[in-house]
Design a protein around this ligand. Sequence first.
Ligand code: SF4
Ligand code: SF4
Length: 447
Amino acid sequence: MGDKLSLPLKPFRSRGGVKAPHRKHTAECESVVMPPPSEVLICMSQHIGVPCKPVVKPGDEVKVGQIVGDNDAFLSVPMHSSVSGRVKKIETVTMPNGSKVQAVRIESDGQMTPFEGIKPPKIETRDDFIKAVRDSGVVGLGGAGFPVHVKIGVERDKVDTLIINAAECEPYITADNREALENSWGVVSGIKAVMELMEIDRAIIGIENNKPNAIKVLNEVCREANRDMHGNVCVLPLKARYPQGAEKVLIKVCTGRVVPEGKLPADVGCVVMNIASIAFVSSYLKTGMPLVTKRITVDGSAVNRPQNVIVPIGTRIKDIIEFCGGYKCRPEKIIFGGPMMGLALPDDEMPLLKQNNAVLAFSEKEAARLEPSDCIRCGRCAAACPMGLTPPLISGLVAKGDAEGLADNGIMVCMECGCCAFACPANRPIVQNMRMGKSIVRSAKKK
Ligand code: SF4
Ligand code: SF4
């Protein structure tokens, strides 16, 4: 894409954000591998896009890495068994967002026998690479769950910058920090593969400066790797300020570019990949083993032994917590992801999904909700909003059901990051209000 792009020496400015408490208690906990659970439940929708259909039936024998669900749609990825054993049943599961999806329940034989057909993919062209990434079942592992092959399937020449999201700005979560520390060469070789196969000029690893050990290790491997990567890769320490890891914020601080409303990162020349996703791509290219395990942080005041665990996908939360010493007290709130943007679960029967990076369980004291009071028009919510929105103004428009006014005031760019609610001294339910506003605009568009 024209002249060689320079690497940033310091982050570009971004607006808003909040100083959320870090609570990275597990940052020094080396990841432990969880033994196979007695059964797993593989959901047919673990990504943004078209859900899969089961391709196995009750009674079938399956092995680790074997496809158990697939769909021909481009915006979809196959689902693989994370254990060897027998399919018990196909059932319907209610996801944390209320949607219902099919799932394959597999009883593990405890052997973890790999599927015979597993071998490294043969890659000669860019299309081979995109197909291999789809076959691997990888999606954005930082929480979004967007299929990676769609991100890298953008037109040649459209993208000049690969951004690796290692910010990990949500409190408690340290799984990406551990990925950097325990698998730094995997991260760099994934970057190299994506840059070469997509002909991308430069890569920037964006990481919050509250992870000095990971920054040091990544700098060391990048220095080595830059000998044959022409100095095109850098580590960019960012201010530890939530939400540095939000895609649009990360693009702004790493490149200075602004993704316009309704546009994608590729429209401003960027592809953003989570650090765990890029490391997984490297491992898949070497081994051909699809995505069947996930490194997650297990923490929260109700958990006996908070730690980082590598877990077979589809393991019930209950079994994961049990592996971490069980509950210390009755869990009042269990969430997938961090406390700022995570999804609350109805119970601990839900299975681990590909895109989950943490399971947090909180006692009654921490889960208690503060009573909202009247808005005092202090403006802190607007000052904290990374997207420049004005929540009190939007609240008024939501109350009136004014779809046009909401759209004109940019409601659709709200990424539900929760900075506004975090900053609000009156504990106003601002994010719920934003969601309501977005659904008013969507319904009006359908009419
Ligand atoms: S949730 Fe929406 S309105 Fe609130 S700070 Fe985030 S982007 Fe702004
Ligand atoms: S921060 Fe809360 S109290 Fe202050 S203006 Fe916003 S909604 Fe009102």
